[in-house]
Design a protein around this ligand. Structure first.
Ligand SMILES: O=C(O)[C@H]1O[C@H](OP(=O)(O)OP(=O)(O)OC[C@H]2O[C@@H](n3ccc(=O)[nH]c3=O)[C@H](O)[C@@H]2O)[C@H](O)[C@@H](O)[C@@H]1O
Length: 407
């Protein structure tokens, strides 16, 4: 029997209503889904874009002004004293630079932050990470094909090794190996320039110190880790074809310097009317250093980078021998610490309260003196700043920096 027409209509209306209801429910579900999703996706945005922003900033920072001639350089220890100056100089001449620094507390981290701010204002991004963090380093190399690595991150200071020996092993041995490991696996492999130290000459008494002299009598753990670094560099060069240049820095000083160093701490104490302890050698002999001004050292670093040959390894294969070099970067004119104090007295117009004490057996050596003929020949390295001029520049910076900090 035929169903009454109104029943059909009713059913028909019902199914239309159901359909509309269904669609409406689906639309509503979508609406609520997106409504509820928005805040959490915003939360994600706080993470994701900051990650991609981080990546974009790295890529931008690494870009040379001119792609065909400029380098892309990773500078470790970029918020350090030498690292900051080298990064600025590279950026200024058109290279792309990315920095990495762990901002540790060995000395006032706010100085490192201020250096990092200065770098950022000049287009250099410094990533906060430790050189032992292989993941972070590998990530950087996935983002950028670095042509060079200037490895300056280290635990510095010869005397602090008595207090915290582990930090020297962590940064100067394990950290160095980690940097080499990441560089070795990168494709293409970068060329590496890294900071060794004049302290590797240790008890060597043949002057001036030449690269061929003995460097197997370290007087401090710091020196021992730097010398070990040179041997480790040899192994990575030999096995993996990494092009490596080690630079033996001689007591580098200047604006934005390290507060743990003598010229810096003496300035601070003299201005506050506090005593300074001046070490002397046996029989009241003077202790002297081949103080080298930062701008001269920066020129040496850039010349080392520019003359560095390409690494020869890739994908586990090595095509021929890679370059392995070591250079002294000194000033060739040692100055006794007592003379530094006299210069500071004149510059600061303050009489130092000197306490003369025998040099403790804590890692110090009596003197350093660089023979720079190899660096002159191969790098065109020629220091031009005498100690008086360099210290004047340091004092000017110091007074400006700390009067501004006070304000
Ligand atoms: O050339 C280097 O390779 C090394 O130079 C410096 O080491 P150092 O020369 O000992 O520099 P300072 O700590 O500034 O000492 C300079 C001189 O001042 C003397 N000094 C230091 C501190 C002090 O209170 N009194 C004092 O007479 C030291 O004996 C030394 O002769 C750096 O601190 C090291 O990181 C670097 O590697």
């Amino acid at each position: 029997m035929d169903k009454p027409i109104h029943t059909h209509r009713f059913r028909y209306r019902c199914s239309i209503t159901k359909l509309i209801f269904c669609w409406f429910t689906i639309l509503l579900a979508f609406f609520f889904f997106f409504l509820l999703k928005t805040p959490s996706s915003n939360a994600n945005h706080r993470v994701l874009p900051s990650l991609s922003t981080w990546e974009i900033v790295v890529v931008q920072s690494a870009k040379p002004r001119d792609n065909s001639t400029g380098h892309s350089v990773l500078v470790t220890g970029a918020a350090g004293f030498v690292g900051t100056h080298v990064s600025l100089a590279l950026k200024e001449r058109g290279d792309g630079v990315v920095g990495i620094d762990n901002f540790n507390k060995y000395y006032d981290p706010s100085l490192k932050r201020r250096r990092s701010d200065l770098l950022l204002r000049n287009g250099v991004f410094v990533l906060e990470a430790d050189i032992n963090d292989s993941e972070k380093l590998a990530k950087l190399f996935r983002l950028v094909k670095f042509t060079h690595v200037v490895h300056l991150a280290a635990q510095a200071g010869v005397r602090y090794a008595l207090k915290n020996p582990a930090s020297y092993v962590h940064s100067n041995i394990a950290g160095l190996v980690n940097v080499f490991e990441v560089c070795k696996s990168a494709n293409p492999q970068p060329s590496i320039v890294w900071a060794s130290s004049s302290s590797v000459y240790g008890l060597n008494s043949k002057v001036p110190f030449s690269e061929e002299d003995r460097a197997d009598q370290p007087a401090s753990l710091y020196a021992a880790t730097k010398k070990a670094g040179e041997e480790i560099a040899h192994a990575y060069n030999h096995i993996h074809g990494l092009s490596i240049t080690g630079l033996r820095f001689f007591t580098v000083y200047g604006p934005w310097g390290r507060p743990d160093m003598m010229y810096f701490s003496f300035t601070k104490n003299m201005l506050r009317g506090k005593p300074i302890v001046v070490f002397e050698g046996p029989d009241h002999g003077s202790v002297a250093r081949d103080f080298t001004y930062i701008d001269d050292v920066v020129k040496g670093c850039l010349a080392a980078l520019d003359t560095a040959e390409k690494s020869t390894g890739s994908g586990g294969r090595v095509e021929g021998r890679a370059q392995l070099r070591v250079f002294n970067l000194g000033n060739t004119s040692p100055v006794p610490v007592s003379e530094v104090v006299s210069i500071m007295e004149r510059l600061l117009r303050v009489k130092a309260k000197k306490v003369v004490a025998p040099m403790p057996r804590n890692g110090d050596v009596l003197f350093t003196h660089a023979n720079i003929s190899l660096a002159r020949r191969e790098l065109g390295y020629m220091p031009t700043t005498d100690l008086k001029t360099g210290l004047r520049k340091f004092v000017n910076w110091y007074l400006a920096y700390y009067s501004e900090s006070k304000r």
